[in-house]
Design a protein around this ligand. Structure first.
Ligand code: BTN
Length: 249
């Protein structure tokens, strides 16, 4: 397998605002190769989805951003990036623990707790993806969480072990690399099948909320554009974009 994340493409910084912001600046001011990785021991303004902050105690966790140039992915298939990154994190975590799942679109859970978050910021050039900044925060050694993040957990809390971040970085990057080349060489079929198999609450009856209020339903799949499909009690399939649905209970 060719290498994507070569050792000399890993930029290690002790402290910065956000690895995603740093990577976006690199793209604006320089011409970083696909496979460039920014890793920080501490982020002063770590960003989460929507307007949330990302809580990560200094030196305890993996907070990284990958710069990818996946020009083999069509703009309309951009959810493949989300799937490959989510599956990479999930493949990595499965080497340590069971019950890993992906809460659509890309929160990584162990049981009912969130262990990793992903923030993807990408740009399209013509019909293809020109670059993608994939920010990943994996809770590794942090023992307690103080923000109001809902049900966080770390590898340390699950396994009572301490992990060496450098070693974990190499393992995690290898997992992304595998999924990246799988997508490049085989297209998105396997990725999508594995993503569906890994989905949190798949085919289970739960309560959700959309703009019309609460409803009972079960997740039945994702559309070709990565939208969530939920079958309601009338057997109608409702389709959601990100932020249009909340998972209640
Ligand atoms: C979320 O679940 O809300 C997304 C969290 C993403 C956090 C990571 S940590 C590394 C990268 N840099 C950031 O500022 N955010 C992402």
């Amino acid at each position: 397998m060719p290498n994507l994340f070569l050792p000399d493409r890993i930029i290690r910084v002790n402290q910065l605002d956000s690895t995603n912001s740093y990577a976006l600046q690199l793209l604006k001011n320089t011409n970083p190769s696909g496979g460039t990785v920014v890793m920080a021991l501490n982020q002063t303004e770590g960003r989460g989805q929507q307007t949330n902050a990302w809580e990560s105690e200094s030196g305890k966790n993996l907070t990284i951003s990958l710069i990818l140039r996946p020009d083999f992915i069509l703009a309309q298939d951009q959810f493949q990036i989300s799937m490959l990154i989510s599956l990479g994190v999930s493949d990595y975590l499965k080497t340590y623990t069971e019950n890993v799942s992906i809460k659509w679109p890309n929160d990584i859970y162990v049981g009912d707790k969130k262990i990793a978050g992903i923030l993807i910021e990408q740009s399209i050039m013509g019909a293809h993806l020109s670059h993608s900044v994939c920010g990943i925060g994996v809770n590794v050694n942090q023992g307690e969480f103080t923000s109001n993040a809902p049900n966080p957990v770390s590898l340390n809390m699950l396994t009572e072990k301490d992990y060496q971040l450098e070693h974990e970085l190499v393992k995690l990057l290898a997992a992304f690399e595998k999924r990246y080349f799988q997508t490049m060489n085989e297209g998105g079929k396997k990725l999508e099948a594995d993503y569906l198999k890994s989905m949190y609450w798949m085919n289970e009856e739960h309560t959700f909320e959309d703009e019309d209020g609460e409803f009972t339903g079960k997740i039945v799949g994702i559309s070709e554009f990565g939208q969530l499909q939920v079958e309601d009690e009338d057997k109608d399939i409702r389709t959601f974009n990100f932020k249009e649905i909340s998972f209640l209970r």
